[in-house]
Design a protein around this ligand. Structure first.
Ligand SMILES: Nc1ncnc2c1ncn2[C@@H]1O[C@H](COP(=O)(O)OP(=O)(O)OP(=O)(O)O)[C@@H](O)[C@H]1O
Ligand SMILES: [Mg+2]
Length: 484
């Protein structure tokens, strides 16, 4: 409870001393006084700029907004007699005419409500609850002020959330606390200001620590995050530390490369193999196949995959031997707002769409899929989903090399190696919108941190995992006519 004897803590004073021209990231353990700091910065801004001040405070969740509402009621209520809060619009109007608005934003899809509006100070609380920092960078475009008035972004967040890795990489790792650096994306000077509950003199730290221990029981990594403000934990987005758009995203291919590339299209390793190949040996060849995660209520996802022999792609880029390229995607998502819901398209309908795309790419409609589709359905003709697909001319084999964890491990390795000239990597086309909308943000399972949280839209992740669990030999044995 903030009372009349309120005084900022040491951490809050330091944060208030950082010049206004410098953005701030208040990143640390729970209870360090970050949210109060945001409220203090809002107060100082409205004091300084009066009626020109437009402050926007944003958080991902509604309960979070309610906390901040309470805090501002305590602070603003004491500071300004005639401050008025409109609880419908979540907006403070202060006597000077300054406005402080509290907003909830789930993610970039709801950004439209702020499009075109102007703010002078942006306060983003609990930034690690968003999967990445796109939200932050979008909102920044709303910073506009009359001449002579600075604009600023201040963020706060705990380690351990969904966006942990993205935030840590951009604002924490390699940054010295309280020392100015230039943010890579905004090109603005910035300061990382850490704190933990130990920096908050009003808290009974021992009691608070016990409370945190109870809240994190069985999850020592989260305890390290919340109690110690540690960013060096295995947390956040499952692929946050290995998948980077700048290394794995490739431009849309227009056509497939020749199955057997000419020698000048091969890299040194494959050219050497080709040179040594005797009669009857295989020339280094691309293989093209499908990888499917079939869903009933959830969307079905099919990737169009290429396995590189160590050659240049049709985009002129070199794909090291063994690299996996997801060059196209088909899915049955019901809408972009809920990527966990499918349209319920029938197997013949899915097969027809997949075959049409295979014909476009000049590849055979064959590939790998989830084990589950091979289960017999107990029907008189002994049918399975896989056999239904083959009846419709799309052929799947089990992607059964190893278990779920070795599959994730292989996918992570390919992601981590993307961009290395001599190691196989994972490359994903811009055409694969479902991949790019979901895989970078898949959360870790809170209980089994070596796994993905299956409550999220993991279908594009699963299909990518099957693609890299494919048994090469198995597919070689199926001989299907090439579609031309
Ligand atoms: N200077 C202060 N004077 C009095 N109370 C304070 C002060 N700073 C913070 N508090 C109180 O300490 C508690 C924790 O502060 P705050 O909510 O700002 O922490 P936080 O870092 O945002 O925590 P979390 O990580 O959980 O979001 C709150 O109850 C807040 O009212
Ligand atoms: Mg807070």
């Amino acid at each position: 409870m903030i009372d009349a004897g309120f005084a900022p803590s040491w951490f809050q004073q330091q944060a208030l001393l950082v010049p206004e021209s410098v953005d701030l990231f208040l990143g640390g353990g729970r209870g360090g006084g970050k949210s109060v700091t945001l409220a203090l910065l809002a107060m100082r801004h409205v004091e300084q700029y009066g009626g020109r001040a437009r402050v926007l405070y944003v958080r991902r969740t509604y309960p979070g907004i309610a906390d901040f509402e309470l805090l501002t009621r305590e602070l603003f209520g004491q500071a300004y007699e005639s401050a008025r809060y409109n609880s419908q619009a979540h907006t403070w109007r202060l006597p000077s005419g300054a406005i402080v608005e509290l907003g909830q934003l789930d993610g970039p899809q709801d950004y439209a409500k702020y499009q075109g509006r102007s703010f002078t100070l942006l306060l983003l609380d609990e930034v690690t609850q968003w999967g990445d920092l796109r939200m932050v960078d979008l909102l920044r475009s709303n910073l506009r002020a009359p001449a002579g008035m600075p604009t600023r972004t201040v963020m706060a967040g705990n380690p351990g959330g969904l966006g942990h890795q993205a935030v840590a990489r951009r604002f924490v790792f390699g940054r010295e606390p309280w020392r100015e650096f230039v943010d890579d994306v905004s090109r603005r000077p910035m300061v990382y200001a850490p704190s933990t509950a130990r920096d908050n003199p009003v808290l009974d730290v021992e009691a608070y620590t016990r409370q945190l221990e109870a809240a994190c029981s069985g999850d020592p990594e989260l305890l390290k995050a919340w109690r110690d403000g540690s960013w060096h934990i295995a947390r956040g987005a499952y692929f946050g530390d290995v998948l980077e758009e700048s290394r794995s995203l490739v431009e849309a291919w227009e056509r497939l490369p020749a199955v057997e590339p000419s020698a000048d299209q091969l890299g040194p390793e494959a050219r050497e193999l080709a040179r040594r190949a005797g009669p009857g040996d295989d020339w280094p060849a691309w293989s093209f196949y499908l990888s499917m995660d079939y869903g009933v209520a959830a969307p079905s996802v099919v990737y169009f995959c290429a396995d590189s022999p160590g050659a240049y792609g049709p985009d002129g880029r070199f794909y090291p031997r063994g690299s996996l390229v997801l060059f196209d995607e088909f899915d049955t998502r019901a809408s972009n707002d809920d990527l966990n819901r499918g349209t319920g398209l029938s197997i013949p309908e899915i097969a027809a769409r997949v075959k049409a795309l295979c014909a476009f790419w000049h590849m055979a409609p064959q590939g790998v899929a989830d084990d589950a589709i091979f289960a017999r359905l107990g029907l008189p003709d002994d049918a399975s989903i896989a056999s239904e697909f083959s009846r419709c001319g799309v052929y799947f084999e089990r992607a059964n090399k190893g278990d779920r964890f070795s599959g994730w491990g292989r996918l992570r390795t390919l992601m981590a190696q993307a961009g290395m000239p001599d190691r196989p990597g994972l490359y994903v086309s811009r055409r694969c919108t479902g991949f790019w909308a979901t895989v970078p943000f898949l959360a870790r399972d809170e209980r089994r941190i070596e796994d993905v949280d299956t409550r999220g839209p993991d279908h594009w992740g699963d299909a990518a995992r099957y693609a890299c669990q494919r048994e090469r030999q198995l597919l070689r044995m199926i001989h299907l006519p090439r579609v031309h």
